[in-house]
Design a protein around this ligand. Structure first.
Ligand code: COA
Ligand code: ZN
Length: 298
C-alpha cells in the first residue's frame, strides 16, 4: 500500500482572508461543501478573529453551524484566547494558532510582542489539552519575515522546542511569504523529523517565488507527510506584504500522486471547486498545472 500524504485545505481561510472582495457566508459554505466533496481530509473553515482586523472572516461562527456533513476534520484559525473560546462555543474542536518567529510580524499580525505571543500560545495549548481540543501550532515566517528579513534555523528550532513542550497536535512550519528554498526546507525539516517524528509535523508553503512545489518535495524527502494547500493557489496574509498564494491543492496532489503517494483527493471534483472559487472571486484561479490537469480531467 502506498504511503499517504494528508492535505489540509486552507482556501476558505488563508485563501479568502486577503481577497479584496468579501464572499458572503452562503458563498463560503458553498465553497466548503465543494471542497469537502473533493475528498479533502482536513478543511480549515475560516478564522475567529476581530472582524475589524480581517472583515473577510466575519461570520465564521455561522459557517461552523452550517458545515456540510462530511467525514473529515474541520478546523479554524484563532488569534488569541477570545478566538479559542468563540471557536469552541461554535463547536470547532481543532484550532490553528499562528505564532510568528519574529517580533515585528507578531506586532503586525496580532499586536503582541514575540514573548507575549508565545506565552499566549502556551496558555492556549495547555488549556486545549485539558479540554480535549486539538491545536495545530503554526510557526509563521519561519524562513523569512517581511519586516525583519532572514530568520535563522537555530532560532526556529529553539522556538519549536518551546512549543513542543506544550504538546500541540501538530507543529506547522509556515513559510508565510514564500521565501523558503528547498535546501533550507530540507535542512530544517530533517532536523525536526529526526527530533519529533513526522506525525507531529506539517508544512505550509506559499508560492511567491515559484518554489512552493519544490519546497513541498524537499519536505517530503525529509519525511514530512502533512501539508497545507489552497485550492486554486488562492492565498496570502493581509499583514505580510508580498505574500502570494499558497501552493495549490491540485498541484500538491498531482506531485504526491505522481511519485507514488496517495492523497484520496478526487481531482475532477477539486477542479470543480476551483471553478466555483473562480466564479465567486470573479477571476480565474488555478495552480501551475491548471491547464494540463483540466485537459486530463475533461
Ligand atoms: N474574535 C473576535 N473579536 C475579537 C477577538 C477575536 N478573536 N479578539 C479580540 N476581539 C475584539 C475585542 O473584543 C475588541 O472588540 P471591541 O472593539 O468591540 O471592544 C477588539 O477586538 C479589540 O480587542 P483587542 O484585544 O484590543 O485586540 P487588538 O485590537 O489588539 O487586535 C487581534 C488583536 C488578534 C484580535 C487582531 O489583531 C486580529 O484579529 N488579528 C487577526 C490576525 C489574522 O487573522 N492574521 C492572518 C492569519 S495568520
Ligand atoms: Zn499562509
Amino acid at each position: 500500500m502506498s504511503e499517504k500524504v494528508i492535505i489540509k485545505e486552507v482556501a476558505a481561510r488563508d485563501g479568502l482572508q486577503a481577497q479584496p472582495q468579501h464572499l458572503t457566508v452562503e458563498q463560503r459554505i458553498a465553497l466548503l461543501a465543494a471542497l469537502a466533496d473533493a475528498g479533502v481530509p482536513e478543511l480549515e473553515i475560516g478564522s475567529f478573529v476581530s472582524p475589524k482586523a480581517v472583515p473577510q472572516m466575519a461570520g465564521t461562527d455561522e459557517i461552523a453551524a452550517n458545515l456540510p456533513v462530511a467525514d473529515l476534520a474541520y478546523s479554524a484559525l484563532v488569534p488569541n484566547m477570545k478566538g479559542y473560546e468563540l471557536a469552541v462555543r461554535a463547536g470547532i474542536r481543532s484550532h490553528a494558532i499562528a505564532l510568528a518567529a519574529t517580533e515585528e510580524m507578531n506586532q503586525n499580525n496580532i499586536r503582541k510582542s514575540l514573548e507575549d505571543t508565545f506565552v499566549m500560545g502556551e496558555e492556549i495549548l495547555d488549556r486545549a489539552a485539558t479540554e480535549g481540543v486539538a491545536i495545530h501550532a503554526y510557526l509563521a515566517v519561519a524562513f523569512e519575515c517581511p519586516y525583519e528579513g532572514a530568520v535563522s534555523e537555530a532560532l526556529v528550532l529553539d522556538q519549536v522546542a518551546r512549543l513542543m513542550a506544550h504538546k500541540p497536535a501538530r507543529l506547522v512550519i509556515a513559510d508565510t511569504i514564500g521565501a523558503a528554498n528547498p535546501a533550507a526546507v530540507q535542512s530544517m525539516m530533517q532536523k525536526l523529523v529526526d527530533r519529533y517524528g513526522p506525525e507531529l509535523l506539517g508544512c505550509h508553503f506559499h508560492d511567491t517565488r515559484a518554489m512552493g512545489l519544490a519546497n513541498v518535495y524537499a519536505a517530503l524527502l525529509a519525511g514530512v507527510r502533512q501539508f497545507d494547500a489552497s485550492a486554486g493557489g488562492l492565498g496570502g496574509c493581509p499583514f505580510a506584504p508580498g505574500a502570494k498564494g499558497n501552493v495549490a491543492t491540485e498541484d500538491v496532489a498531482m506531485l504526491c500522486e505522481s511519485i507514488g503517494y496517495t492523497t484520496d483527493l478526487n481531482m475532477p471534483k477539486l477542479l470543480d471547486a476551483v471553478a466555483l472559487l473562480s466564479e465567486m472571486i470573479g477571476a480565474p484561479q488555478g495552480g501551475r498545472a491548471h491547464t494540463w490537469l483540466s485537459k486530463q480531467c475533461a
